[in-house]
Unconditional design. Structure first.
Length: 356
């Protein structure tokens, strides 16, 4: 169906329009442009997501659009998203000056932080915005299909899964300023990995659990097990969000106590500092452990631990974050030199405290 093929295109265009016209906070980020000026960003992601979902709900209620429309047309939507992801990749990579070989440039990108209109639209922020919103629409629509398919006999695990993913997308956009200080914005360029990844992989793959489980009946998961799944998810969120917030706090309010309780401890050479306590004293990338735990909690909540498809989501995080940890360690070693060696001595664990 043509409308299904262009569904992602329509959503991404709508998100861009709303991002441009809705009120936004103007904030400075962490990275700088070629002149040394801090890049400036417009942040209104949560408003854009709420209004987008409200418009979708209005279309379902008053225009007769089925609540599970994105589920019904998921394959056409995925195909259309693949095409626009490839078009975006070519458009943003090919005109820029080469950095590495052509294949590496295409995948990893050439431009570090492309912006339009003096920061009115930042490519990375826009990509994460459309990825989060399209993911949320898919989660809601796929869960709606489960409700329709099993009216009155739906799975509490599916409802918990949808609720946790809704929290995941909502809190990500609520804390979007914090992410300006994370690895993606500091170290990565915009190419196929970020462009196609946010337009296709992020919104369609992250909810892989519902691709396989939305048509299924209740798996009969015990409420106590669902509570354990929620605890796993929340524990992961606390590690991930806590670590990122502590680093953000340290970068923007040097010397201030994190949450009013944790005084920053640092290793310094007089001009540079490395944070080494709190979450960053547990392991050098404890936030990555948090991401993996959240994914495991989501997967287990569906109640079908032997089904391989939902496990692709946490396995993806393992495949992504363990190599990223190694790459980030190399980048930090080059940047901080002896300071980083001392930090590694004090905090020997890479991701999992006491294990790895």
């Amino acid at each position: 169906m043509i409308a299904g093929f262009f569904s992602a295109w329509i959503v991404y265009a709508l998100v861009l329009l709303l991002h441009l016209v809705l009120p936004a906070r103007q904030v400075d980020g962490y990275v700088r442009d070629a002149s040394g000026r801090l890049l400036r960003y417009r942040l209104n992601g949560l408003r854009v997501m709420v209004l987008t979902i409200a418009l979708w709900a209005a279309a379902c209620k008053w225009a007769g659009l089925p609540w599970d429309w994105f589920w019904t047309h998921r394959w056409e939507g995925l195909a259309g998203a693949c095409v626009i992801g490839l078009v975006f990749t070519a458009a943003i990579v090919l005109p820029a000056a080469p950095v590495r070989g052509f294949a590496a440039d295409l995948f990893l990108g050439r431009r570090a932080n492309p912006q339009l209109g003096d920061g009115r639209v930042d490519a990375k922020m826009y990509l994460y915005l459309i990825g989060a919103i399209m993911l949320e629409l898919n989660v809601l629509s796929f869960a709606a299909h489960h409700v329709i398919e099993h009216s009155g006999h739906g799975s509490p695990g599916v409802y918990l899964y949808a609720a946790m993913f809704t929290f995941f997308a909502t809190e990500y956009l609520y804390f979007e300023q914090v992410h300006l200080y994370t690895y993606d914005f500091v170290a990565e360029r915009v190419g196929f990995k970020l462009g196609w990844g946010c337009m296709v992989f992020y919104p369609y793959f992250y909810c892989i659990g519902l691709w396989s489980e939305a048509p299924q009946s209740d798996a009969g998961t015990h409420p106590a097990l669902l509570a354990c799944c929620a605890l796993c998810f929340v524990s992961g969120w606390m590690l991930s969000r806590g670590a990122n917030m502590q680093k953000y706090w340290f970068k923007t309010r040097p010397g201030a106590k994190f949450l009013g309780r944790i005084s920053p401890e640092t290793i310094s050479d007089g001009s540079r500092e490395v944070l080494c306590n709190g979450f960053w004293g547990l392991s050098r990338h404890v936030n990555y452990l948090g991401e993996i735990l959240m994914a495991v909690g989501l997967t287990l909540s569906l109640g079908r631990a032997l089904d391989p498809w939902p496990w692709l989501y946490p396995l993806y995080y393992v495949a992504l974050l363990f190599p990223r940890q190694a790459a980030d360690d190399r980048r930090c070693a080059a940047k901080y030199g002896e300071l980083w060696k001392e930090y590694v001595r004090r905090v020997p664990w890479r991701i999992i405290p006491g294990v790895y």
